[in-house]
Design a protein around this ligand. Structure first.
Ligand code: BDR
Ligand code: CA
Length: 310
């Protein structure tokens, strides 16, 4: 099997951290981590990515990107993940700093360096990827596959009834990226709720070895767990949702996918009430732009998570 060349675009906080750990410990060629404003302001996301890579002993370069969505004011999710995005854990400053090159330029440069061989995991608002497309519309032709965590398929959102967080924060960027012509697979929020939420007992199971990484994982996610257990989302969730790390587990092992549909997804960016809503239709073959994962294997995901935390 050819080695996988992987780039992660992330607003590093909470589950983004688990996704980076999974990729960094998997043996794939993690060519870089690009950061973007989202869960936390971009500088904090960059810091968190560096802390995470240091924790797993990986010297992967980190590139900082867009500090705000294309047209809108940034809405962070610090009320979920803590002010630092890491469960208010007061981690020490990382030893390394980010590279000087901007994330958007780096994405374009890597698309040439790894022409037709680069897989991108986009687990944040799509601002960096959209800016890269705006700069060079031929980018999608050189990308082997784009995986996106975002949108919803048959469920209400997590930030408004209409929208999932990543698409709500930068709906214009989501619209640009989904229409850019990428070979694209998308993991919507509802699949993450059904197949990526671990209740407290399941969380104990994946962390029962009490390893250093298990403790780190629980610390980073303690605000998120508290948020769910006090019904902060109003969705009656209990335990911890895994959206970015469920997507990463799927990238690393496609057999975790149980069911997909090929569809057209369009993003609402005119209305304030339904801002970021992802409208899905399967009617017109000609305009289908995305493969949507509607069922994933939770047991396989949990096994993978447990393994990397050991
Ligand atoms: C997405 O929003 C963020 O809070 C998570 O990191 C994930 O990417 C889920 O809606
Ligand atoms: Ca994220």
């Amino acid at each position: 099997m050819n080695e996988m060349n992987l780039l992660i675009d992330t607003d590093t906080a909470g589950d983004d951290v688990t996704s980076i750990m999974m990729a960094g410990l998997s043996g794939v060629n993690l060519v870089g981590v690009t950061t973007v404003a989202g869960n936390v302001p971009v500088d904090l996301g960059t810091r968190n990515a560096l802390i995470t890579l240091e924790k797993i002993g990986r010297d992967v370069p980190v590139y900082s990107g867009a500090a705000s969505p294309l047209l809108r004011k940034l809405v962070t999710a610090q009320y979920v993940h803590g002010n630092d995005g890491m469960g208010n854990s007061n981690f020490n400053d990382p030893l390394r700093t980010n590279k000087m090159e901007n994330a958007v330029n780096k994405i374009l440069n890597l698309s040439h360096e790894y022409k037709n061989e680069l897989i991108i995991c986009a687990q944040a608002p799509l601002t960096n990827i959209a800016l890269a497309v705006i700069k060079d519309r031929t980018l999608p032709e050189r990308i082997k596959h784009l995986y996106i965590m975002g949108g919803t398929y048959r469920h209400s959102g997590n930030i408004t009834p209409a929208a999932e967080y990543n698409f709500y924060v930068d709906p214009e960027a989501a619209n640009i990226v989904l229409n850019a012509g990428f070979k694209c697979t998308l993991l919507p929020w509802d699949t993450c709720i059904y197949d990526g939420t671990l209740n407290m007992e399941e969380l104990r199971y994946v962390t029962e070895n009490n390893s250093d990484l298990s403790k780190f994982y629980l610390n980073v996610n303690k605000s998120g767990i508290e948020f769910n257990n006090t019904n902060g989302s109003g969705l009656n969730l209990n335990g911890l949702t895994h959206s970015d790390s469920l997507l990463m587990s799927i990238i690393l092992d496609n057999s975790i996918i149980e069911e997909t549909i090929r569809a057209r997804m369009e993003i609402e960016y005119h209305s304030e009430t339904t801002r970021g809503f992802s409208s899905v239709t399967q009617n017109n073959d000609e305009f289908k732009n995305v493969e949507i994962i509607i069922k994933a294997n939770k047991n396989k995901f949990m096994a993978k998570l447990r393994k990397i935390l050991s």
